[in-house]
Design a protein around this ligand. Structure first.
Ligand SMILES: *Cc1c(COP(=O)(O)O)cnc(C)c1O
Length: 409
């Protein structure tokens, strides 16, 4: 039996072509594509009029609420290409005590492999399978590699994963445990990416780096689709997104445009806040400098590994979305991130990952600086389960033979 009724039977896809995000040049959708000739990400384009005729809001609302309910707005042609591990709709959790009553966390840690990388990789792997890829390589800070390993293994695709040698141990082991070959590299993620690119040029594998194939963004787009549906076809005032390569932010921005083209939402958009760590904030710096492309951030250093990305190939797409939305780039110190993780767990019972903690720290900064009001409806993205990261030990040891008075516990 299928994991989800949304995967029973074939559904049409309405993809028309791929488009260079920089030049607008058109590319065919039914063949394997990497970056455009201009070296920039390709975006998937749909016949949205036809998609809208095939799928109404009512039909959609009658379907089980997983990722595959959005099938008409996704690129996969054949259901048989999809390997699902149960990509559920993630919940919206208010955190009134550590933030404010109108602040909600979209908790992506509930997805397969414990992070929202599952959204992007279930899609990219399905398309790789559809287009005949047999070997994939990827640079990762941990979560993307884990999601790739899980889906590619299930799809029978061989996988090579390169991560910086200080990637959280649990991630490195998880990747191997799910069937990939994993290598620790004495460099940062872009340096791992350079090795992957070299192997791809030699024809050894297909390059699955962030935004270097067109379909991961389509999977991440479902965060924006889902959010609009969960809020009753409107969007919040502000979105705080922990920004590394930026696929999720770019994907959500695309989702909002597609929903507006379908007539399902209006033209209002949330302020998009791209959150980075002050030890690795290339997008924030480019935002502040008013430039279109970000320079590589040297000596990148933060505990929030998922956003330790010194250089992003989609930098201009992130910056464009942030500027058009009236949002901004916000850099937060690791100490504030850790305090936010601690507060949210202790006061609201929700364990955030460090990247999620960074969004709460950024929300606090935005309120303090007057960039938003405390009462504004804001959505923070917690993109992985906090359980994947080392936790501090606050326990006290008890000696069963020499107990202190229990009233003192
Ligand atoms: C990958 C990752 C991010 C950054 O996501 P992008 O869409 O690549 O910017 C944030 N948080 C966590 C936990 C991640 O794994």
């Amino acid at each position: 039996m299928a994991l989800t009724a949304n995967l029973d039977g074939e559904r049409p896809t309405f993809v028309t072509h791929l488009e260079c995000s920089l030049t607008g040049e058109r590319y065919a959708a039914d063949v394997l594509q990497g970056l455009s000739a201009a070296g920039r990400p390709l975006l998937v384009r749909y016949d949205l009029a036809a998609a809208g005729a095939a799928l109404s809001r009512d039909t959609l609302e009658g379907r089980p609420t997983d990722l595959w309910r959005w099938r008409e707005l996704l690129p996969v042609r054949r259901t048989a290409s999809i390997v699902s591990l149960g990509e559920i709709e993630t919940p919206l959790i208010p955190i009134p005590n550590s933030a404010a009553p109108n602040v909600i966390v979209k908790d992506e840690g509930r997805l397969p492999t414990g992070s929202f990388k599952a959204r992007g990789l279930v899609m990219a792997v399905a398309m790789a399978r559809e287009l005949g890829v047999t070997r994939i390589a990827m640079p990762t800070n941990g979560n993307a590699g884990a999601a790739l390993a899980a889906y590619a293994t299930r799809a029978g695709i061989e996988t090579v994963v390169l991560c910086p040698d200080d990637t959280p141990e649990i991630n490195v082991r998880e990747i191997a445990a799910q069937g990939a070959r994993v290598y620790r590299v004495n460099g940062l993620i872009d340096e791992c990416g350079a090795i992957v690119g070299k192997g791809a040029a030699e024809g050894l594998w297909f390059d699955f780096s962030t935004l270097k194939e067109p379909y991961r963004i389509e999977g991440k787009k479902t965060m924006g689709l889902e959010l609009a549906a969960q809020l009753g076809w409107r969007l919040p005032k502000a979105i705080f997104y922990p920004t590394g390569g930026g696929t999720g932010l770019i994907g959500m921005w695309k989702a909002f445009d597609e929903l507006e083209a379908l007539g399902w939402i209006g033209s209002e958009r949330p302020k998009m806040f791209a959150v980075q760590a002050s030890g690795c904030a290339p997008i924030v710096k480019a935002w502040e400098d008013g430039v279109e492309h970000a320079e590589r951030w040297e000596n990148a250093d933060t505990i929030a590994m998922g956003i330790r990305v010194p250089k992003a190939v989609g930098d201009f797409l992130i910056l464009r979305a942030v500027r058009e939305s009236g949002g901004r780039g916000i850099a937060v110190d690791d100490a504030d991130t850790l305090a936010a993780v601690d507060d949210c767990g202790r006061k609201d019972g929700l364990l955030l990952c460090p990247e999620g903690g960074a969004t709460l720290a950024a929300w606090r900064k935005a309120v303090a600086e007057g960039w938003i009001d405390e009462g504004d409806e804001a959505v923070l993205f917690n993109c992985a389960t906090g359980l994947k990261y080392p936790l501090k030990d606050s326990s006290v040891t008890l000696d069963k033979k020499n107990l202190a008075p229990l009233s003192s516990l």
